[in-house]
Ligand binder design. Structure first.
Ligand code: NAD
Ligand code: MG
Length: 395
């Protein structure tokens, strides 16, 4: 079989680096077609030297010109492009078979969607794009006949626990519930009245996973799980009341599917994203991911508990957005991105993240969003309103 040719969107991030680690273990199976990054030129340069892609993409013309010069001086033929259209181009090019969608946030939507429309095998890590554009994205996948493989560890686990050939109608598969596990993040047991004072460094110090800064803050607020509830809705055709969240601090059970006959299927493994990435790359085969075998004797116990919505109001807001439909999930996501950025920049207290999201959702009208332009317009409006609320608060 010819090697799969892969575009890695967000190659320099946590998921991108793990993807390249798995790819490097199987040079006979995978080749890199294109690598993209926002501004991390040094890291992208090193990755280009190692994987010799046909294309590299950065966000600005200036950075792209710098990288092009360095690559030429190093004797590499990689062509460097820049900007959002270039991301879409390398995600939909004829020479590419598979796209790892691992840009963080709404910035990843146009290129993820371009890959879906072009019929690529889409390995979806960029959950925000599905939260924003669920119906449009799933329709594009269905229309183009793309294979969509969830990389988010919970959704990958559920995908593995569903019956083969599952067709997005829970009752057809005898499925009673989808159960997403959540670690609860670094503040699961912290006294509520001390949460105001937590710093960005404390919030990004996740107990089990090493991830990018934005998703790490989302894990601390549990907005990450909220986004994942919406993601599960679209991926698996499950209504909000069929998706439960269970806190499981050890992050060994990555999620579960509960069936009407009382069976519960779970997928277990060490918390290392190379497992779902390898699964997505090789499906329906299995390949070595570099992840150690799970040793259950190392765990004295596996603990599960219900989430407390008073401690984690962002999870409640996400369920509300899913039930409201229309542009509500897009607004939720946009306000969250603004809030997290402000928190990481020291401009917003940790507990104000939820306030900013809720106020923005109340202030922006919910509307039907049936095109990429409508979704991006709603995203832009929500960002503007979130920023103006934030600036009123800081006066
Ligand atoms: P990260 O911050 O480590 O990396 C993000 C990547 O996106 C980088 O390569 C960066 O250069 C690129 N990028 C950022 N802004 C961009 C922009 N405006 N334009 C173009 N490129 C841009 O993030 P991550 O932790 O790797 O997460 C990536 C995605 O995968 C997120 O959607 C996240 O929710 C999801 N995810 C991550 C993990 C994990 O373990 N890290 C697990 C599940 C899902
Ligand atoms: Mg996850």
């Amino acid at each position: 079989m010819p090697a799969q040719r892969i575009t890695v969107l967000g190659a320099t991030g946590s998921i991108g680096v793990s993807t390249l680690d798995v790819v490097a273990r199987h040079p006979d199976l995978y080749q890199i077609f294109a690598l993209t990054a926002h501004q991390q030129i040094d890291k992208l340069f090193e990755q280009c030297q190692r994987f010799c892609p046909q294309y590299a993409v950065l966000s600005t013309a200036d950075l792209a010109a710098q990288l092009q010069t360095r690559l030429r001086d190093a004797g590499l033929a990689t062509v460097v492009l820049y900007g959002p259209q270039a991301l879409c181009d390398v995600a939909s090019a004829n020479e590419c078979d598979t796209v790892m969608a691992a840009i963080v946030g709404a910035a990843g939507l146009p290129a993820s969607l371009a890959a879906a429309k072009a019929g690529k095998r889409v390995l979806l890590a960029n959950k925000e794009s599905l939260v924003m554009s669920g119906r449009l994205f799933m329709d594009a996948i269905a229309r183009s006949g793309s294979a969509l493989l969830p990389i988010d560890s919970e959704h990958n686990a559920i995908f593995q626990c569903l019956p083969g050939g599952y067709g997005r109608k829970l009752e057809h598969g005898g499925i009673a519930k989808i159960i997403l596990t959540a670690s609860g993040g670094p503040f699961l047991k912290r006294a509520l009245d001390t949460l105001d004072a937590v710093t960005p460094e404390q919030a990004v110090a996740h107990p089990n996973w090493v991830m990018g800064r934005k998703i790490s803050v989302d894990s601390a607020t549990m907005m990450n799980k909220g986004l994942e509830v919406i993601e599960a809705h679209w991926l698996f055709g499950a209504p909000a009341d069929k998706i439960d969240v269970l806190i499981h601090p050890q992050s060994v059970v990555h999620s579960m599917v509960s069936y009407v006959d009382g069976s519960v299927m779970a997928q277990l493994g060490n918390p290392d994203m190379r497992t779902p990435i390898a699964y997505g790359l090789a499906f329906p085969e299995r390949i070595d991911s570099g992840v150690e075998a799970l040793d259950l004797t190392k765990f004295a116990q596996l603990h599960f508990e219900k989430p407390d919505f008073a401690r984690f109001p962002c999870l409640r807001l996400a369920y509300e957005a899913l039930r409201a439909g229309g542009s509500a999930p897009t607004i939720l996501n946009a306000a969250n991105e603004i809030a997290v950025e402000a928190f990481l920049g020291g401009r917003l207290g940790f507990r104000r993240i939820e306030n900013l999201i809720e106020e923005t959702m109340n202030a922006v009208g919910n509307e039907a969003v049936d095109s990429l332009d409508a979704i991006l317009a709603s995203d832009g409006k929500a960002r503007q309103i979130a920023i103006s609320i934030l600036s009123q608060w800081s006066q």
